[in-house]
Design a protein around this ligand. Structure first.
Ligand code: ZN
Length: 317
């Protein structure tokens, strides 16, 4: 929600009018997915671009453009087209938020694009990301500048860009990239503004680390977020996921100790002996969550996966 009554909460995407923090795009994910890309101006010089449910942030500098996450599977070309709508300056810097190929696989096309402008592309990534790139066979160009973890920074032209890589948020190398002067943070695969979270919160284990990474995000100075998927994010969206986690935690702590394991173990399912107990606890937790969170699309698809994740958190730790 925006602060003032005369500022609409929902807007048509615009490459000209900067978004007001808290505003959301009116078009749903489904509507946006029908287009090659959607471009939204975030601030004077920072833009959000989405192509087939994946998002980049780009900054138009004085001499070139910096792109955070080059996307993949052909989407990178759409990011380049979107950039050409607002500037003819070449892309001089690409930043990898983390090594998940679906977010950075098209980096090569940015190297070629820079070359066609007579430039060598600067590529920035954190040290953990470099390890992941090697681990999976060097499928993307290596960074020309490596940022130390857990915190570091670099300069894009005259702008200081801060980078943080929490111990565990979504992957060991996933980083937030902060454009403090612009009040914009790029941190993908952590929250999905306007929607409930991915199956298992996109992590599957160590939910505490995920929660801490979200709390860390709120200690930073920003007002607009590129979340990688979903709508354009705000601080309220991060807080909403923390509230969801708190409810899930509270109900799991309440239900799990009261649900005995033995009655759920059956002769015919010894291999998967935990299934029935886990799902009995998770179902009871989901029932309690429904009142506050059931209005969100997809609640019945994902809430069980969230409750199972929290079940393991308490069962194992
Ligand atoms: Zn990812």
């Amino acid at each position: 929600m925006t602060d003032h009554k005369d500022i609409p909460d929902l807007i048509e995407a615009s490459k000209e009018v900067p978004i007001v923090p808290g505003q959301k795009l009116r078009d749903s994910d489904y509507v946006r997915v029908q287009r090659p890309y959607t471009l939204q101006r975030l601030t004077e010089r920072v833009y959000w671009v989405e192509s087939l449910v994946y998002q980049s942030t780009f900054v138009v500098g004085d001499r070139g453009v910096m792109v955070i996450d080059p996307l993949s599977y052909g989407r990178g070309q759409n990011v380049l087209k979107a950039i050409r709508e607002v500037t003819s300056l070449p892309v001089t810097t690409v930043v990898y938020s983390h090594y998940h190929f679906d977010h950075i696989g098209d980096a090569d096309s940015f190297v070629r694009d820079a070359k066609s402008h007579g430039k060598a592309l600067h590529i920035v990534a954190n040290a953990e990301c470099v390890k992941e790139i090697h681990k999976y066979g060097d499928k993307v160009p290596l960074p020309t500048k490596v940022i130390r973890v857990p915190r570091g920074s670099f300069k894009f032209e005259d702008t200081l860009v801060e980078v943080g890589t929490p111990e565990q948020g979504h992957s060991t190398d996933n980083s937030w990239i902060l454009l403090k002067e612009d009040g914009v943070v790029h941190n993908v695969d952590m929250i999905h503004p306007g929607q409930l979270e991915f199956d298992n919160f996109g992590v599957g284990h160590y939910i505490d680390g995920y929660e801490k990474a979200l709390q860390e995000l709120l200690t930073l100075d920003w007002r607009i977020m590129t979340a990688g998927h979903g709508n354009i994010g705000s601080r309220e969206d991060v807080q909403s996921v923390l509230d969801y986690l708190a409810d899930l935690r509270e109900y799991t702590k309440e239900v799990l100790p009261k649900t005995e394991l033995a009655p759920f173990i059956k002769d015919e399912m010894m291999y998967n002996w935990f299934h029935a107990h886990r799902d009995a606890v998770a179902s009871a937790v989901v029932d309690r969550m429904r009142g506050k969170w059931g209005k969100y699309t997809g609640f019945d698809l994902v809430a069980m996966t969230h409750a199972r994740t929290m079940y393991w958190e308490y069962y194992l730790h």
